[in-house]
Design a binder for this molecule. Structure first.
Ligand code: VG1
Ligand code: CO
Length: 585
């Protein structure tokens, strides 16, 4: 095998964002662009000769070509073996699972997650370390620095590797092992959840629908829900992964997963709906005519973890990203376990999990996960919900069997008696679980407003304006002045969130502007680090409502005052010309 040293010059824009390097496919197609970044990864990690690497992606346009380039570069850089998902496919959580299970040196994941794909869409690449998690900032910064001084890269002159059949082949001195992308992951899921109970739930008339959004989770969902759990085949929709996601936006939220949302809000809606994103690490949970906010979902999983086999021994602690609501903090307090607040992005959870400080973690952006891997995990969250629903159903089911035995008819046509702690209206289980949770812990009313694709200057102007107003907005005890008053809400403090990692002491600054109010409400402003066009400004709004009689209120209604304060203090409309958000979740 001939190894070629190719002379190159730096691109100056290869700085990884919240989750790896994301650019338009056209940018990645520029001569040397992908190669420069991959060589920068290899130069930074300096893996010993013969190391094993995991490689796979979400199957979007350019995935296959990128895999071939990376395989040839891995061979030229001295790797001994690459485990690559069949067809070049590995969901992000599956890649994390494989890195951990086979104790590899690390892995390269090709994905732009929820960003649209296709020739005019986005592509992305990130490096995960041996713990299976996204490389920490220290490493991503070193990769960026390497990309700024690169002068050459190494690549093997070899024919393309066949990726569509399982098994080993050689690329020079390196072995390419094509593995089943689903098996290891599905096995891990079976080890955490009570599949028998979920199977019983699904065979008992509980109807689910999972929307794979033509992205990577289709094959995973089919194997797990249909083959292993016995759900009808049509429970999984848009299950065929497509290079352009069928022209859709593979982001599981109320705006982009509209096919699923329409079904769950329609007549004859299934009992449970869920969707995942491009690379399989996000999840959206729906009940009949009911949406579970990701922040509530995290809190509910934490409060019910003891019902699930993989977590029945208890949780060491919980972590959430700063913009995520404090609903889970209340559960942590009740369980008497620590709760950590980290910057946005999964890379900040890894140290906490490796140190045994947390078991569950989550983000408001439809991301939930645990220490079973080091990425957020969409299907895991869905299975966790189904396990809770199955356990909750059991007493009712046992009763139904008794009713049937005595000739009293089926559960669906017969009102069931109320048992302690379990709602009788079984067609509304998801909503009932959420409402019971709110009744017990209070409700953290929450919403996120995204303004996508605004000019970077305008977005930076909004953030600067907010910074400049800190002194004016917050209380100043020296001057005997309280914080600014907006109707019944008074500002307590403003800051730009900064995080000191409790494990390695590393500091991350500038992680989002917080306007904190005396009554515990807050507004957070943050610029997205995953977009590829202009800037995306995110506004996160939260207030606490202990009063059950107000829990039925729509979040937008309940947060109306905070929303108008956010617009006023940021001068967002004047500075961006935008009248309303692009996406509300
Ligand atoms: C967004 C989310 C963040 C998430 C990140 C990666 O980042 O807000 O919570 O970790 O996407 O998720 P940003 O910087 O755009 O706000 V994924 O599923 O895109 O890998
Ligand atoms: Co994702």
């Amino acid at each position: 095998m001939q190894i070629r040293m190719v002379a190159t010059t730096p691109f100056t824009d290869q700085k990884p964002g919240t989750s790896g390097l994301r650019k338009r496919v056209q940018a990645f197609r520029q001569p040397h662009y992908l190669e420069n970044f991959v060589q920068s990864i290899f130069d930074t990690i300096a893996a010993p000769k013969g190391s094993v690497l995991v490689l796979g992606g979400d199957g979007r346009h350019y995935n296959r070509e990128a895999i071939q380039i990376i395989l040839k570069m891995a061979a030229a850089n001295g790797f001994g073996q690459v485990l690559v998902g069949k067809g070049g496919i590995l969901s992000t959580p599956a890649a994390s699972c494989v890195i951990r299970k086979y104790r590899t040196y690390g892995g390269i994941i090709l994905s732009a997650s929820h960003n649209p794909g296709g020739p005019d869409g986005d592509f992305g690449i990130k490096y995960n370390t041996a713990n299976g998690g996204p490389a920490p900032e220290k490493i991503t910064e070193a990769i960026y620095a390497a990309s700024m001084r690169i002068v050459q890269y190494r690549i093997a002159d070899a024919p393309d590797v066949a990726l569509d059949a399982l098994g080993d082949s050689r690329l020079g001195d390196m072995t390419v092992s094509v593995i089943d992308p689903v098996d290891d992951y599905a096995e891990l899921m079976e080890s955490l959840f009570d599949f028998a109970a979920i199977r019983a739930l699904l065979s008992g008339g509980f109807r689910i629908r999972f929307d794979a959004m033509h992205a990577v989770t289709g094959p995973y969902a089919r194997e797990i829900f249909v083959n292993r759990l016995g759900a009808p085949a049509d429970s999984v929709i848009n299950a065929e992964p497509l290079e352009d996601f069928g022209g859709g936006h593979p982001d599981p939220n109320l705006t982009y997963a509209h096919e699923l949302v329409e079904a769950l809000y329609g007549d004859d809606a299934p009992d449970f709906g869920a969707a995942s994103d491009g690379d399989g690490d996000r999840n959206m949970i729906l009940g009949r005519h009911f949406f579970v906010t990701p922040s509530d979902s995290l809190a509910i999983l934490a409060a019910n973890a003891h019902r699930v086999p993989g977590y029945k021994q208890g949780l060491a602690g919980i972590a959430r990203s700063m913009p995520t609501s404090a609903a889970v903090d209340r559960v942590a307090a009740a369980l008497n376990i620590p709760c950590y607040e980290t910057p946005t992005g999964w890379k900040f959870f890894g140290n906490l999990m490796d140190a045994g400080k947390v078991t569950l973690c989550g983000e408001e952006s439809f991301g939930t996960g645990s220490n079973h891997i080091r990425e957020k995990d969409g299907l895991w969250a869905v299975l966790f919900w189904l396990n809770i629903l199955a356990v909750r159903r059991q007493p009712v089911e046992a009763m139904t069997r008794r009713c049937e035995a005595s000739g009293a008819g089926m559960a669906s046509s017969h009102p069931l008696p109320q048992t302690a702690g379990f709602a009788s209206n079984v067609s509304r289980d998801v909503e009932a679980i959420v409402r019971e949770h709110w009744a017990r812990f209070g409700r953290n009313v929450y919403s996120r407003h995204d303004y996508e694709g605004i000019p970077a200057d305008a977005a930076n102007g909004v953030m600067k304006r907010l910074h400049d107003r800190f002194a004016e907005l917050q209380a100043c005890p020296e001057q005997g002045r309280g914080g600014a008053q907006f109707g019944h809400l008074q500002v307590r403090r403003c800051d730009d969130f900064s995080y000191t990692d409790p494990v390695d002491g590393s500091v991350s600054q500038g992680q989002g502007i917080r306007i904190l109010f005396v009554d515990g409400s807050r507004i957070v402003f943050r610029l997205s680090g995953t977009g590829t066009e202009g800037a995306t400004l995110r506004i996160y709004l939260e207030s606490f409502e202990p009063d059950v009689s107000k829990h039925h209120l729509d979040a937008q209604e309940a947060l109306a005052t905070l929303i108008s304060i956010a617009l006023e203090i940021s001068e967002l409309r004047q500075r961006t010309g935008r009248e309303r958000p692009t996406v509300i979740t």
